[in-house]
Design a protein around this ligand. Structure first.
Ligand code: NAD
Ligand code: UD1
Length: 338
């Protein structure tokens, strides 16, 4: 079976490519390399023994997509391609809407023309906005997004759901990721943020490796066990395995189904700092700073539905996540550019 990974050169896509190749799937990657490096293809080969077929294509480019689909006999698509920086989405919202929505529309058109009926979409816990209660079930209200990035995820969910309502052949799986961290244990692939990281784990690893001076903890007066923000961190390899389960599910079902991919456990920023120091033996200097605008106190999943229907549960714990994030950072202090 041949699986197309749009955005497959990125952080989550590259880990999913390794997982799928390991399971015997043929993998085709389409990526415009806007936020990734072609070097990842060699790294995937180093781990899995197989280099994915690669097309440097912008997913908004229907003609290029059509040419690719006419050459490859695709069975299912995992649509990772998208811009994902919350802050940047507030400064260049039109580009975010165009890129993240046009790419889905183009893909759906070309899939239909080529009779490809299975699509898995990278959504995000961001669609839940500030949740009324935690843990968050898939049935919780969505669409209370606070930034253009979040709205593109919400709008894509609506577009894909409507497409499946109109086309009885189409199978759509919406995966709402919580906070992906970690890296493949080899240290060959991992997250390679450009500039100063916005997210917690890459910030911590860059402080630990000496690229940044200290971590700023955004607020210690939240209503949580130690006052710092609580999130559901999930190892990227667990996330990759969740995609393999979603493909199996999509091939057997029609219509739209949505799943949380999280661990059902929430950890605070201070829990993460402590776990990182224990797992790696490296100190992470920090200071308490103001709350970050738009942040919420707590966000963690109820992942029971994924367990029951997909047969998937996260296996890695916080120590694994910290150790593997550090292993990647230590071996690649400048990401793929080093
Ligand atoms: P990433 O930036 O590492 O990967 C996305 C890839 O898509 C990049 O390689 C980029 O070059 C490519 N891309 C972007 N626009 C494209 C286009 N128009 N055509 C072709 N390629 C394009 O991000 P990631 O962390 O691997 O995230 C993958 C997906 O998961 C994204 O849709 C993201 O929004 C979503 N997601 C990520 C997180 C997270 O924390 N990493 C959380 C929730 C959801
Ligand atoms: C962010 C995005 C969200 C996206 C998710 C996963 C925002 C507002 N939300 O979520 O849309 O789906 O990433 O990529 O950006 N923290 C610090 N210091 C730091 C960085 C973070 O204290 O330098 C804290 C934050 O306040 C938060 C926690 O660490 O409590 C996690 O932050 P982060 O990694 O940015 O993820 P989210 O804010 O959950």
């Amino acid at each position: 079976m041949k699986i197309l990974l749009t955005g497959g050169a990125g952080y989550i896509g590259s880990h999913t490519a390794v997982e799928l190749i390991g399971l015997g799937y043929d993998v085709v990657i389409v990526d415009n390399l806007r936020n990734s490096s072609e070097k990842v293809l060699d790294r995937i080969e180093m781990i899995s023994g197989k280099k994915p077929v690669f097309y440097k294509i912008d997913c908004c480019d229907r003609t290029a997509l059509e040419q690719m689909f006419s050459k490859e006999n695709i069975d299912a698509v995992i649509h990772f391609a998208g811009l994902k920086a919350v802050g940047e989405s507030c400064s260049i919202p039109i580009e975010y809407y165009r890129n993240n929505i046009d790419s889905t529309l183009a893909l759906l058109d070309v899939m239909k023309k080529n009779n490809v009926n299975n699509i898995i979409f990278s959504s995000s816990a961001t669609v839940y906005g500030a949740p009324d209660t935690v843990p968050i079930k898939e049935t919780a209200p969505v669409g209370r997004c606070t930034n253009p990035y979040g709205w593109t995820k919400y709008m894509n969910e609506v577009i894909l759901t409507d497409a499946a309502k109109a086309d009885p052949e189409l199978s759509v799986v919406l995966l709402r990721y919580f906070n992906p961290v970690g890296a493949h244990k080899s240290g060959f692939i991992g997250e390679s943020p450009s500039g100063i990281p916005n997210n917690l784990m890459p910030y911590i690893t860059q402080v630990a490796v000496g690229k940044l001076k200290q971590l700023s903890i955004f607020g210690n007066d939240y209503n949580t066990h130690d006052g710092t923000g609580v999130r559901d961190y999930i190892h990227v390899v667990d996330l990759a395995k969740g995609h393999a389960s979603a493909i199996e599910y999509a091939m057997k079902h029609k219509g739209t189904e949505v799943f949380n991919l999280g661990t059902s456990v929430g950890y605070s920023v201070l829990d993460i700092v402590k776990a990182f120091e224990e797992a790696t033996g490296v100190k992470v200097p920090y200071r308490i700073a103001e709350r970050r605008p738009g942040d919420i106190a707590e966000c963690y999943s109820d992942a029971q539905k994924s367990k029951e229907i997909l047969g998937w549960t996260a296996q890695y714990n916080l120590v694994d996540m910290c150790r593997d994030s550090w292993n990647w950072q230590r071996k690649n202090p400048n990401g793929y550019e080093g």
